[in-house]
Design a binder for this molecule. Structure first.
Ligand code: NAD
Length: 280
């Protein structure tokens, strides 16, 4: 447990990751600065961005203005599809570091396997090299299917510390998580609240009863469920009151009945792109 009350999980790289953070997908650069500064004030220390979100500079400005110690922050960014290859990841990471104003990131992810390009293995080998040079503390992947992870296992010397995938009560990824667990790959949830694309209350009405029982909001119950499932989670919001709400999840616990009820809500309902189709 860190000083701000957020539990940490141990990665196979030997570093710890705060289990709750803030995602900044679809945030304008200026918004990103304001929202990340608000988040730091609330107590968040883990920020999940990506080159393609086009707001690394905004996040970097917030980091610089915050006055917080670099060692107390956990910053993730991602290698975009167009930068995949044997040599391209170096310049891509250097660009991200410059925009973020950092000399290392805590976690660098391959954003999508982009199987039609067939460059994710070369990209991974390049990222292993960047890791060995200390430009990034841990390396991982996003939107990888078991076949992509198997290929890395067969041809590289390290496995990703995490796989960041779509995951929410209507799409729980049980098979993928069971595949990853014995391989030491932790799961990060993107779209943890269903991206606001469906109403959690309408899709999973049972959540309302669980929320009422605990005197919490449906969003808080869902975030708490991710944490108790051992998943790393960084819900996105630009609103200060929701930053506070989404962080206020450490004074209650879901019981075994709640957890079983939510497990039964899995509808196999993806709201985002299938990993095999993310070939932009
Ligand atoms: P999310 O599930 O976090 O949904 C965000 C939306 O939920 C908000 O826009 C708002 O409408 C709603 N919301 C937030 N807090 C709420 C609250 N307290 N009450 C009610 N509604 C609330 O979706 P996301 O932003 O797509 O996912 C989180 C993060 O995951 C992103 O910001 C990004 O960092 C990452 N991500 C990664 C990938 C990837 O391919 N690796 C894809 C999408 C997102």
């Amino acid at each position: 447990m860190s000083s701000n009350g957020v539990p940490s999980l141990s990665l196979s790289s030997g570093y710890d990751i705060p289990q709750l953070g803030l995602g900044v997908f679809r945030m304008e650069p200026d918004d990103a600065t304001r929202v990340v500064l608000d988040a730091f004030e609330v107590g968040y220390r883990h920020i999940d961005t990506a080159k393609v979100y086009d707001n690394e500079e905004g996040v970097g400005t917030a980091i610089a203005q915050s006055g917080l110690d670099r060692k107390d922050l956990y910053i993730t960014t991602k290698l975009w599809n167009a930068d995949q290859g044997a040599t391209e990841p170096r310049a891509a990471l250097e660009g991200s570091l410059e925009r973020l104003g950092l000399d290392y990131v805590d976690l660098y992810l391959i954003h999508w396997p982009a199987p039609a390009k067939d460059l994710y293995l070369e990209s991974w080998l390049a990222m292993e090299q960047l890791h060995s040079e200390g430009l990034v503390r841990s390396i991982g992947v996003s939107n990888f299917e078991p076949e992509h992870l198997e290929r890395l296992a067969a041809h590289s010397s390290t496995m990703p510390v995490v796989n960041q995938v779509e995951l929410h009560p209507a799409f729980q990824q049980r098979d993928l998580r069971a595949f990853q667990e014995p391989r030491g790959i932790l799961t990060e949830a993107w779209g943890p609240l269903g991206q606001g694309k469906y109403s959690l209350e309408e899709q999973c009405p049972g959540l309302v009863d669980i929320a009422t029982k605990h005197g919490k909001s449906v969003a808080q119950v869902v975030i708490r469920w991710h944490l108790q499932e051992g998943v790393i989670v960084f819900p996105k919001t630009v609103r200060k009151e929701r930053l506070v709400e989404n962080f206020d999840v450490f004074d209650f616990a879901l019981d075994a009945t709640d957890m079983a009820e939510i497990a039964a809500m899995d509808a196999g309902k993806r709201v985002g792109t299938h990993p095999m189709d993310g070939n932009w």
